[in-house]
Design a protein. Structure first.
Length: 291
């Protein structure tokens, strides 16, 4: 079976599985808010496995290739896992600095957001907000990425483990960028419901596509150097864990659709700068990865 037919099968399986789960919250009107939120989080987490299931089904049942084709049995050079774990934090720090530098938000040395969230907690008045922020940041940077990998692997098995390799005959740059575009479009039902870009459901779709293309270039670089979906699953889990950390240090009330998280304009600038360094240092495109 040709790669084109396999790709069509993959997309025809991945999108319906995920989109059905993405729109599940729309049927929850009338339920208590906490219940709606819990079901939404659960449904959207399961949706992340749509691409992974599609990759498994397409590879083993349609293409009749061994499961090992998806390279879950490979890790590749270990140094790229350090990049995967720590690079998202560096990009997020730069995002926070640029958010303030561009005037999108103001740095809040009083940590008002944390104080507001703590005010009803017993004994919270005696706790230094900086301790709480430090604990949250430490967990987000060093622990949460490994828990997030459980669901991030579902996406990465599909996008980088299956889709990217099958698009490589088009050329490395075309394959990476097209993978990012498809990945961004896949998020559409969640974006329309307010994910990442609240109050901008239509503009948010295009913003998400651009974000996924930029982040997908970085993830593509990690994958092509290791040929393992594990490294991008770790990176994906790390991004999800730390993406909103700058918000803890910013004065509440700014427009979070345009700053404060790596999915917004300041985050794009940070990623473009890193991608520029990869290109200038001849790390990208990755040599010999079309084979």
């Amino acid at each position: 079976m040709t790669d084109r037919k396999l790709l069509m099968w993959f997309l025809a399986i991945a999108f319906p599985i995920s989109w059905i789960l993405f729109v599940t919250p729309l049927s929850l009107h009338g339920l208590p808010a906490p219940t709606q939120q819990s079901i939404t989080v659960g449904a959207w987490a399961l949706a992340m496995w749509g691409p992974g299931l599609a990759a498994i089904i397409t590879t083993t049942l349609i293409a009749r290739q061994p499961f090992s084709t998806l390279r879950l049995n490979a890790l590749g050079p270990k140094r790229f896992y350090v990049w995967a774990l720590l690079l998202p934090t560096v990009l997020v720090i730069v995002t926070g600095v640029l958010t303030v530098g561009f005037g999108i938000a103001q740095f809040d040395p009083t940590f008002q957001l944390i104080r507001e969230s703590m005010k009803n907690a017993p004994g919270a008045a005696d706790i230094n907000p900086l301790i709480v922020i430090s604990a949250q940041a430490g967990i987000a940077i060093l622990i949460a990425p490994f828990f997030n990998m459980v669901f991030a692997l579902g996406e990465e098995l599909g996008w980088r483990g299956f889709l990217l390799p099958h698009l490589l005959p088009l050329g490395q740059w075309k394959a990476i960028i097209l993978t990012g575009v498809i990945w961004g479009i896949w998020h559409e039902p969640a974006i329309v419901q307010g994910l990442n870009y609240p109050d901008y459901p239509l503009l948010g779709i295009f913003m998400m596509i651009l974000f996924c293309v930029l982040l997908g270039i970085i993830f593509g670089w990690l994958y092509l150097n290791t040929r393992s979906p594990w490294v991008t699953a770790l990176a994906h889990g790390a991004v999800n864990a730390v993406a909103g950390l700058p918000v803890l240090f910013l004065r509440p009330g700014f427009n979070m659709a345009f700053g404060g998280t790596i999915a917004t304009f300041p985050g794009w600038v940070a990623m473009i700068a890193f991608i520029g360094w990869l290109i200038a240092s001849k790390r990208l495109p990755v040599k010999g990865s079309e084979n």
